[in-house]
Design a protein around this ligand. Structure first.
Ligand code: ADP
Ligand code: MG
Length: 412
């Protein structure tokens, strides 16, 4: 499948002139502000033409409004152990002095992710830091414990790997592999939009990862180009399990990113795994068009939500008919018709004609060459990530002060 032209560095622009890369101001502070109700939407102020030219991934925030109290009944032992627990592949036995902090790689709504060097093996890792205070204020305690628990459980070529966690009196730390190729978001904005085979390659790898998560009854719930990283080899690594949750049947929490919310989430109805397949449709559309299907010119999220519920999509004429056909089956508000939610489950998606040339076994084994190989020079090259103002790290690693929230995070 997808043997699109490979390219080193730069954007993947399918033969068009490369436009400027992300030159807009960065909004790391905005990126740290989770939106409790609706997200103010930077992107929506922009015309479809040139959509997102100023955007950094910092500008698209998440929504999170818990609609029902959800108790986590499945808490793993808080005690680090190297033998007894079979379900534990990670460790809590790290601490801050094991790492040297090099620079910030990204900030999201709740966390800041740093490139670090391990004192033990001198290798590079990415450490996500969450302030306990902030997590509590944002009502993200359940989600944060779930993030750690879900990351712990998964192992897949297209999902980021968690090595372990630790905490101090103020913060929680998650140690992951450093995924050096940067966000798919950056590549997409640089490229404006992807040629069909390129979008197909990324959509196919993401689909395998989602299908794997669903096989474990995990809903991911925050699919978007900001959370999809590229390895140095150009293959996908999904990060950010902040909203991932074990859901065998249905759940009600309103969370995710406005552009990517399925209509049933917007309408506060119970929803299931098929919200991830809907989000795959939004991702496909955004990769092919350069803007998501329901963006509005004003920044009024209510207008966005109305459009999501109405579900009327304008397909650009340059979309392949096969892509459009699959998109219709993914973006339908009618969950009794949505692919991924029917009797055949995800097979309807994997077997769709748009994916016809995909050899799924080879794709899983990373034997399909990636369409774009990021420029990565050595283990410490973070140049595929935006630069962020650094923060004062002197608060990191404090083991003595008061820790009023410590008991809320038994998994760290
Ligand atoms: N393992 C990683 N390697 C490199 N960069 C990462 C990694 N994990 C996250 N990042 C960067 O940090 C950003 C924020 O991390 P994320 O987990 O998405 O936080 P949030 O939950 O706040 O959105 C990501 O969008 C990405 O740019
Ligand atoms: Mg994120």
């Amino acid at each position: 499948m997808v043997d699109g032209t490979r390219e080193q560095g730069g954007g993947y622009h399918g033969g068009r002139e490369e436009t400027s890369s992300r030159q807009g101001q960065h909004h790391p502070s905005a990126r740290n502000q989770p939106q409790q109700q609706q997200s103010s939407h930077h992107h929506q102020q922009q015309q479809a033409q040139g959509y997102g030219q100023q955007a950094t991934s910092a500008s698209r925030n998440v929504v999170n409004r818990p609609l029902s109290a959800t108790a986590s009944s499945n808490v793993l032992s808080p005690t680090p152990s190297n033998t007894s627990s079979t379900s534990r592949k990670t460790s809590s036995r790290y601490n801050l002095s094991d790492f040297t902090f090099i620079r910030t790689l990204g900030t999201g709504s709740f966390g800041r992710v740093h490139l670090v060097r391990s004192q033990h093996n001198s290798r590079s890792y990415a450490v996500k830091v969450l302030s306990k205070d902030r997590v509590v204020k944002m009502k993200q305690v359940e989600h944060t414990n779930s993030e750690r628990e879900m990351l712990e459980r998964v192992r897949h070529p297209f999902l980021v790997n968690l090595w372990g966690t630790f905490k101090d009196t103020k913060n929680l730390y998650m140690v992951m592999d450093f995924v050096a190729g940067g966000e798919l978001f950056s590549l997409l904005r640089k490229s404006q939009r992807f040629p069909d085979p390129v979008a197909k390659f990324f959509a196919a790898e993401v689909a395998l990862a989602l299908d794997y998560l669903h096989s474990l009854d995990i809903i991911y719930r925050d699919l978007k180009p900001e959370n999809i990283l590229l390895g140095a080899d150009g293959h996908v690594k999904i990060t950010d399990f902040g909203f991932a949750k074990h859901v065998p049947d249905i759940t009600w929490t309103l969370c995710g990113t406005p552009d990517y919310l399925a209509p049933e989430i917007v309408q506060s109805r119970g929803y299931n795994k098929s919200v991830d397949w809907y989000a795959l449709g939004v991702l496909m559309f955004e990769m092919l068009a350069g803007y998501p299907p329901f963006f509005t010119e004003d920044s009024n999220p209510m207008r966005l939500y109305e459009k999501i519920i109405a579900g009327k999509v304008r397909y650009p004429a340059y979309f392949a008919p096969e892509a459009k056909d699959l998109l219709k089956s993914l973006l339908t508000p009618d969950i009794t018709k949505r692919f991924g939610n029917l009797a055949n489950g995800s097979r309807d998606i994997f077997g769709h004609v748009w994916f016809q040339e995909v050899d799924w076994e080879r794709l899983y084994r990373k034997e399909i060459p990636a369409p774009y190989v990021p420029k990565v020079e050595g283990d410490w090259d973070a140049s595929n990530f935006d630069a962020y103002p650094e923060v004062d790290l002197s608060e990191y690693g404090n083991m003595t002060g008061a820790d009023p929230h410590g008991h809320l995070f038994p998994l760290f």
